[in-house]
Write a protein that binds this ligand. Structure first.
Ligand code: GDP
Ligand code: MG
Length: 218
């Protein structure tokens, strides 16, 4: 290896990429391919899914990404994320979907998890009135870095008709107070409105000039 190799790479960052086994060269070549791939798929949107523990965040994402209902989701430790590609009006979007853990002991990490998000789904559980109480707190978390981040409120588990304790009228009060752009009732069990809430959020993001540019490469 040339003793001056670091300076040489710095001065000739692109020409060196075609060379063989040197790990530094391989690394640089890898980074270039990586970046090229991300530029081809140039609509990567980070979306966060927020709400109290047990409202159905993980189950919703599982249904949306895999198409199946998961009756026994384990508690989400910290945060998980999924990727999903969708096409709307001939444009392909890659959604980076972040499942925020709702448990108190992870809350101190939330501001860093929501960094770079373009929009959020905020979930309440239509069978548990108490999940409305923390909507304001979750809204603040989602908007830690972007004051007017678009947030779609979703009422989960509407297949549990007998257990419903939250009426749509009650929820509407929160829309205006918290500046949430709509309310949609969903069921990860039956699939009701699962695809629609992601499309609605994406359409909203696309209509806001400051937000509709893709996220930076991962
Ligand atoms: P999280 O803590 O917000 O991620 O909530 P989970 O996704 O772990 O869901 C908590 C519980 O609610 C699990 O037992 C799920 O099976 C159940 N659940 C979630 N969504 C639905 C739904 O749409 N219908 C029914 N019946 N149960 C659901
Ligand atoms: Mg979870």
């Amino acid at each position: 290896m040339c003793p001056d190799h670091l300076g040489w790479y710095t001065r000739n960052p692109v020409r060196n990429l075609t060379d063989g086994a040197d790990p530094l060269r391989s690394f640089l070549r890898y980074r270039l391919i990586d970046r090229e791939a991300l530029h081809v798929k140039n609509y990567v949107f980070k979306i966060i899914v927020a709400g109290d523990g047990g409202v159905g965040k993980t189950t919703l994402l599982h249904k949306y990404v895999t198409g199946t209902f998961m009756a026994d989701a384990q508690m989400t430790i910290g945060v998980q994320f999924h990727l999903k590609t969708i096409t709307i009006d001939d444009s392909a979007y890659i959604l980076q979907l972040w499942d925020l853990g709702g448990q108190d002991r992870f809350r101190f990490m939330l501001p860093s998890y929501v960094l770079g998000a373009k929009g959020a789904l905020l979930l309440l559980d239509t069978t548990r009135l108490i999940t409305l109480q923390s909507l304001e707190e979750w809204t603040d978390v989602c908007r830690t870095h972007v004051k007017d981040l678009p947030i779609l409120l979703c009422g989960t588990k509407v297949d549990l008709v007998e257990d419903r304790s939250v009426s749509p009228n009650l929820v509407k009060e929160y829309l205006e107070t918290l500046n949430l752009f709509d309310y949609v009732e969903i069921s990860a069990k039956t699939g009701q409105n699962v695809e629609q809430v992601f499309e609605m959020l994406l359409n909203k993001i696309a209509s806001i000039p400051l937000l509709n540019s893709p996220n930076l490469p991962l």
